[in-house]
Write a new protein. Structure first.
Lengths: 378, 344
């Protein structure tokens, strides 16, 4: 077996079927290979058809896409309630999608938050492209982030000022995830290097204590500390922004986990690499930055992305401290008595949004792995 | 930049307080909270942010509900503008710390007034905007008329709530047995009840009435007449700032008095001009110095009534639309518990 087929879905088979090309032959060999195999295939096939039929019935055919307004100008959910359990109520999404995406951000200013989401996506797209991996990327990031925060806050050029506590929805999720990971990653590299340090025992001790302490505490506890305990220690009236507090807690938490991933990569490198660098007379930073660290990071792309995806979803934990991220906003939307009972539809939409982001991250990481896999493609 | 500004401001303020503790107060109104609210130009009010009828953002993201309007009342009285409120969403866990630490100026978050909370948490309850209580919702098919007939019933209840305690007390007192089905999530617990996993669904009766009203087959459900616990939900402030306590409490009394006197947001301008009733004149600031005594504008109550409305109006706007009867929450002249001492 060569390494290239290891990732594909075809199960390894004992008997070669080279003389039976074509889809029918493939089905015969893989799906209807004997009586037992045929029965299992038919049973699973019937189940899939039945489930798909139910899903299509619920999500499309019986679904309520639109409801009329009542005299009071509010949507009239009667048809949705009658269809409950039979068809999806997409009309609720129609009424609530802006609240789900933007939270309590002032309704007439939500286009600004929408542009911010687009800017974030553009930023991710540009950062993913290797052609942009040069010094300009930092400028692009700083520029985009300034524009994003300028738009979110406003207060210039006739844009009304929107205080941070009114931000909500997807922009909050993206801000927490992007800053959390972008700042936690460099911190984690420093901590990982510190933990492996042999010449600086004090630094090593601090790094070990940091990682073990933070990893030993649940994220919710850290968020509570940042949100509930911190204000008690500060004098009256001094009040850090709630989002900033949650953001710092996230960075600290993510860095502890990422540090261990990076340390794993450093530990996996053959000792000869570092020794060769020493033999060339490189100093510590030259050795680390150009020899060990690049190789170590390449090794740990899968667990790094694993942690990234986990943290992207963990941002929803800010609901425990009352920040209106996308999940919290959607749950708040569900509480509206007009749409009582419409929760599946809202969760389905949320799941699709989260899945899109997470799938993009994982498929991108696979492509990066392939491109950087210089040793195996040589 | 915002952060740095508020940080320096806070540091300055605390430094001043430390240096000249009592003279600093003598300069202001005598209430640190009132001074802070006026300086900020905004009231920070703690709400739940996820309870229909009390505080829940509508599809446009504007906070609506009885608790939200209670906050608006105080903003209108103190700042003259009901929209100068910043709503802070608080959970049941962080609500009291947020108030104690000064993160919010007041709490209006469906919080039950109990001795324990007032005596040991350094808080004061300034008024009750909703008299609630634990109730039971059953399917009519069950054939039960009162809670005492429900020996051996399974009851859906959210864990860790005062409801859970109230039910177990009720069953212990009546020497009956029940099986609790504990479900944390609101949507889940309602689905469980509808699916027949439990005989009864128990929580605050206001929430039960709302839930029943939004069902298509609402006549298949029965809200039992028994209210097995007292849950007076109110406005809360920090203790130690009596002046602020007075303002919050009398703002609430003003809305009760306005309803009692028949002053509402639509006729208040007319009343200011033509009313000869001394009670109304004192309330609206055309006679006497009620506002000044509280350290507020003479038109404090006028602003509340004009911009937010009297208690009955806020009730109708937020609670009646949910299908909940006013019952004991009516004013005392209509047989309810809402009573205000005279504004004199």
């Amino acid at each position: 077996m060569s390494a290239t087929t290891a990732g594909t879905q075809t199960p390894a088979r004992a008997q070669p079927d080279a003389n039976l090309p074509g889809p029918i032959a493939w089905a015969k060999a893989n799906l209807f290979n004997g009586i037992f195999s045929s029965i299992v295939t038919l049973a699973i096939g019937a189940f899939v058809v039945w489930a798909l039929y139910g899903l299509v019935q619920w999500a499309f055919i019986n679904a309520i896409w639109w409801v009329p307004d009542t005299a009071a100008g509010k949507p009239d959910p009667t048809s949705c309630r009658l269809a409950h359990g039979v068809g999806a109520c997409w009309a609720a999404i129609h009424d609530k999608w802006r609240f789900m995406l933007f939270g309590a951000y002032p309704y007439n200013e939500q286009w600004r938050a929408g542009i911010c989401i687009a800017l974030f996506l553009g930023l991710f797209y540009v950062s993913a492209d290797r052609r942009f991996w040069n010094k300009n990327l930092a400028t692009i990031w700083i520029g985009t982030l300034v524009v994003i925060f300028g738009l979110m806050w406003g207060g210039f050029l006739g844009l009304p000022y929107v205080p941070q506590d009114q931000w909500g929805g997807l922009p909050i999720t993206l801000i927490l995830a992007t800053f959390g990971l972008a700042l936690a990653f460099p911190l984690s590299v420093l901590v990982a290097l510190g933990r492996r340090s042999t010449k600086l025992p004090a630094v090593k001790l601090i790094c070990v204590a940091y990682v073990e302490l933070i990893r030993g505490v649940p994220l919710i506890a850290l968020l509570f500390m940042a949100n509930v305990m911190l204000p008690l220690f500060l004098p009256d009236g001094v009040n850090f922004d709630k989002l900033l507090r949650a953001q710092v807690a996230f960075i600290i938490f993510a860095a502890a986990y990422l540090a261990e991933v990076v340390r794993g990569g450093l530990a996996a490198l053959p000792k000869g690499q570092a020794e060769a660098a020493d033999a060339l007379g490189l100093n510590y930073w030259q050795k680390t930055l150009s020899i060990t660290l690049p190789q170590a990071l390449r090794l740990v792309i899968p667990p790094l992305v694993n942690t990234f995806i986990g943290f992207f979803k963990d941002t929803s934990l800010v609901l425990t401290i009352g920040i209106l991220d996308m999940l919290t906003a959607s749950k708040t939307a569900m509480a509206d008595p007009v749409w009582q009972g419409v929760s599946t539809e809202i969760y389905v939409v949320l799941a699709i949004i989260y899945a899109l982001f997470c799938y993009t991250m994982s498929s991108y990481s696979r492509s990066v792995e392939r491109k950087l896999d210089v040793t195996k493609n040589r | 930049m915002m952060i740095r500004m508020s940080l320096t401001g806070g540091l300055l303020a605390s430094a001043m307080l430390a240096a000249v503790a009592s003279p600093a107060f003598a300069q202001g109104s005598g209430s640190a909270t009132l001074d802070a609210v006026k300086a900020r130009g905004q009231l920070i009010c703690g709400v739940a942010g996820a309870v229909p009828g009390f505080s829940l953002p509508d599809s446009q993201g504007v906070m609506r509900g009885l608790d939200a309007d209670s906050c608006r009342n105080v903003a209108a009285a103190v700042l003259g503008d009901a929209n100068k409120v910043k709503f802070a969403n608080l959970t049941t866990t962080n609500r009291f710390t947020a108030l104690q630490s000064g993160e919010v100026d007041m709490l209006s978050r469906s919080t039950t007034w109990t001795l324990g909370r007032e005596a040991s948490l350094g808080l004061m309850f300034a008024g009750v905007n909703y008299y609630d209580g634990t109730g039971f919702l059953v399917k009519k098919a069950l054939g039960v008329k009162t809670a005492k007939e429900m020996d051996g019933a399974t009851i859906c209840v959210q864990p860790g709530t005062s409801t859970e305690l109230a039910i177990s007390d009720f069953y212990r007192v009546n020497k009956m047995k029940f099986t609790p089905i504990l479900i944390q999530d609101l949507a889940e617990i309602q689905n469980a009840f509808l699916a027949g996993r439990c005989d009864a669904y128990s929580t605050d009766s206001s929430a039960l009435a709302t839930f029943r009203a939004t069902q298509t087959n609402k006549d298949d459900f029965l809200l039992l007449p028994d209210i097995i616990s007292k849950e007076p939900l109110g406005y809360v402030v920090r203790s130690g700032d009596d002046k602020w306590f007075d303002i919050v409490r009398w703002t609430y009394f003003a809305t009760v008095t306005a309803e009692e006197l028949g002053v509402d947001s639509k006729n208040v301008d007319e009343m200011v001009k033509s009313s000869t009733n001394p009670d109304i004149k004192r309330l609206l600031g055309t006679e006497g110095d009620m506002g000044k005594q509280l350290g507020l504008d003479p038109k404090w109550a006028y602003n509340v009534i004009k911009q937010v409305g009297n208690l009955g109006e806020t009730w109708d706007r937020n609670i009646t639309v949910l299908g909940v009867q006013r019952g004991i929450n009516a004013i005392w002249t209509k047989g309810g518990l809402q009573y205000a001492p005279p504004i004199r």
